[in-house]
Ligand binder design. Structure first.
Ligand code: PHE
Length: 464
């Protein structure tokens, strides 16, 4: 059987005119968009407080280890499946499975990913809404607090007060993401990413430099880079794995999705390494943007939990020279990071609806129902998010469940699929993977270390 031309004649016969795969217009877009996906609330909101909960430096080391040996090989596998399959995670996995001559049922791994994305969006949109609210407070000068009780009260009345206020912000957040996704892959995602990512990096650099200059850099680096392994138990290992998966947008098909829009000619290996490096640097940099000023203002980073960036930081901004400017920069950074990640959670769901509603025979509906799909997804996300906003326990459940269990499970299944069942067609879409030691290392990690590691950590978490 002749090899099918990618993206054109998957099922044989004359391809419809519009059935060419959509690819990014610019070479840099995959890296920008995947970095936009990876760099998010996970880096700036979640990472600092999870790190603080597990005692600082030793957790950072564990996290870096997870990224290097577990996540990077998986990222390469995921993005390559997308580029080989050219569809939503479900369609891509199915296409690759067919090409490899293995069970098409592997596509349910893609479905799990799409579901996970939906679950994450549920609580993510709530925090996205908070970021939007605080960006507004920052502009009006209300994000600089001088009194602990007042700062707590401000956060409490946003999150626990009337559902109306919180609901309005989260709806605005979901609507913003829906508008981008609805506008399309090139006109929506690609165009907005090109503006958001440079802005994000400029804001972050400003914040880091400012924090190191006016803050207590010595205390922060002692905190971040000193290693007290006595605090680490299985829960920390599980949390580090969950945080690594969450932060790298791994295990739910976001990378598969963005890989599906990646031109054939680019080096996937280099792109993936760059994304992992950028994301990890941003996690550390946001630690450096936050902890020096937190310590300089005499505050405890570990006390606030998820409210670290919303309560503790407003108190910091209240005391800081140029507090208004720093608060505006900080909360807009958070907002940009949240939007550029949320769209990558939404795209696989919308792409799935678009391709399922695409009637190949009829020219006029060959595009599928992208806009309608986006609207339906946005509305359903808003319902789940309202639920999360109202029931704090539900919020925590979705957060823990998705990061610590659903994402690693998705990753485990992708590792087994690519490692054992579909190595050949997936490898073919990574021509930049050198033969020899690199390839062997990649396969060994994917086949053994990643799945066994994930299982061991699950078990350890259960037993320990
Ligand atoms: N990586 C994003 C963050 O750090 C969250 C995310 C998870 C996005 C999974 C897509 C998929 O905030």
């Amino acid at each position: 059987m002749p090899a099918p031309v990618r993206g054109r004649t998957r099922s044989g016969g004359t391809p419809p005119v519009t059935d060419k795969p959509i690819v990014w217009q610019h070479d840099a877009t995959f890296v920008l968009a995947a970095t936009g996906s990876a760099v998010g609330l996970g880096n700036i909101w979640r990472f600092p407080y999870v790190l603080a909960e597990h005692g600082g430096g030793a957790f950072l080391l564990l996290y870096l280890l997870m990224v290097a040996v577990m996540c990077v090989p998986l990222m390469l596998a995921e993005a390559a499946v997308g580029r080989a399959g050219r569809g939503s995670p479900m369609a891509s996995i199915k296409a690759v499975a067919e090409r490899a001559g293995t069970f098409p049922h592997w596509r349910w791994v893609g479905a799990l990913g799409i579901l996970t994305g939906f679950v994450i969006l549920g609580f993510y949109s709530v925090v996205g809404g908070w970021s939007m609210a605080y960006s507004w407070y920052a502009l009006t000068g209300a994000a600089q607090q001088t009194d602990v009780a007042a700062a707590q009260q401000q956060f409490a009345s946003l999150t626990g007060g009337s559902l109306l206020a919180e609901g309005a912000w989260l709806l605005a957040f979901v609507a913003a993401c829906g508008l981008i996704i609805g506008a399309g892959i090139v006109k929506g995602i690609e165009r907005s990413i090109k503006v958001m990512m440079p802005a994000l990096f400029v804001l972050l650099l400003f914040l880091v430099v400012n924090s190191l200059v006016v803050g207590d850099a010595a205390a922060a680096s002692a905190y971040l880079f000193s290693f007290d392994f006595s605090k680490l138990g299985w829960d920390a290992v599980l949390a580090a794995m969950g945080q690594a998966f969450f932060s790298l947008s791994l295990g739910m098909g976001a990378l598969m999705m963005y890989g599906a829009y990646m031109p054939e000619t680019l080096s996937l290996r280099r792109a993936v390494l760059l994304v992992a490096t950028l994301d990890t640097s941003v996690a550390v940099l946001s630690g450096l943007a936050i902890f020096p000023i937190v310590f300089a203002m005499g505050m405890d980073p570990g006390s606030g939990g998820p409210s670290l960036v919303f309560v503790t930081m407003t108190l910091v901004f209240g005391k800081l020279p140029l507090g208004w400017l720093v608060a505006v920069a900080f909360f807009f950074l958070l907002l940009l990071a949240a939007v550029s990640s949320a769209i990558s959670l939404m795209e696989p769901v919308v792409a799935f609806i678009t391709e399922s509603t695409r009637l190949r025979q009829l020219r006029e509906s060959a595009q599928g129902l992208r806009r309608e799909g986006t609207l339906a997804v946005s509305l359903s996300v808003a319902v789940v998010a309202l639920f999360c906003a109202h029931y704090g326990g539900f919020f925590d459940l979705l957060d823990q469940l998705s990061a610590n269990y659903m994402l690693p499970t998705g990753g485990l299944l992708v590792a087994v699929f690519v490692g054992f069942y579909a190595t050949k067609p997936v490898e073919e879409s990574i021509p930049s993977l050198p033969e020899g030691a690199w390839r062997t290392a990649w396969l060994l990690l994917l086949r053994y270390l990643v799945p066994l590691g994930i299982l061991a950590i699950f078990l350890g978490g259960l037993l320990g």
